[in-house]
Design a protein around this ligand. Sequence first.
Ligand SMILES: *Cc1c(COP(=O)(O)O)cnc(C)c1O
Length: 368
Amino acid sequence: MKASPHRHTPAIIHLQAIRNNIEHYKHFIDKQPEIWAVVKANAYGHGAVKVAQAVASHVQGFCISNLDEALELRNNDITLPLLVLSGIVPDNADLARDMDITLTVPSVEWLELVIKESTTDLSGLKVHVAVDTGMGRIGVKTTEEINEIYRLAEQHCIEIEGIFTHFATADEKDTDKLQEQSEKFEDILSKLPYRPRYIHSTNSAAGLWHSNQVQDIERLGIAMYGLNPSGTLIDLPYQLEPALTLQSEITHMKKIEAGETVGYGATFEASEETYIGTVSIGYADGWTREMQGFHVLIDGQEAEIVGRISMDQMTIKCDKYYPIGTLVTLIGRDGDREITVDDIAKWRKTINYEIICLLSDRIYRIYK
Ligand SMILES: *Cc1c(COP(=O)(O)O)cnc(C)c1O
């Protein structure tokens, strides 16, 4: 979708907040892991290149989810290590090696395919081996598989630079499953043919609430963007600074009479004289139809979203007439009131991650 800077519906990204969140984490943790910033999915909607450039001197590497995301960073002069967290299509390994992009080995079968399909010799390719200790997504489970990966890597001069696992429940109060996963990982690690440079297992949630699990790398994602990995379930050990605010403005204002309706399906009918403002955001922006009934901030007050959300516009019920161009806050603070990403996630019965990742490219990002 086309980014639309001529429409006044920007997401404002506070790069200093992202840097502060990283520095705050380094002070919080009583050891010195490398910090690898997770900038997959366009840095959770914040803009991968801009975020990577802004934090490059504060971290030691970046994690992304696929080869194209890695290439975008390399092609924009990001020189730090790049780790692709999921398995890529096996016939692209040569390209990854040529661009100095580190791959994840999700299985023995994958590594065999990579070796078979590679048109050049793969020497110099760097990999981290994924271990499935209970996440159930990717990774090997046994020492036999690890030994086979080590053997193949050695044979083909592929460098095993790291080994990692991923916790399924680090953002929950119950810690049994995490303990079980941690013990499985330790058992696998104790039997490695040799220890690679990097052993790692922690995302934001594990890094915050199970910091004893942090080893050589902390894979810092959501907490870097200033959001609580558990939503509102577990309190943060220190305050984070949300990095994204979302604004728009009134594009049309009118007074309707009792009995008049608003929007598709005529789901809102005025029971008295009502001021209705129109705002340029809709479900094509990731502002989904579920937002009907929620509210925005205008002039420091809540204004209810009434009528269905359209593709490009929505309508709000106002306490008085506001002129075209009046600021509307969708995420952020206006006066004493604030709408957080977690407020929206709760309303939509989902997680804060999903709200920010769904904000589409049409919303123009402004960097502060
Ligand atoms: C996305 C991801 C992370 C980062 O998770 P956050 O909860 O955002 O910190 C870390 N590790 C892996 C394997 C991931 O897929």
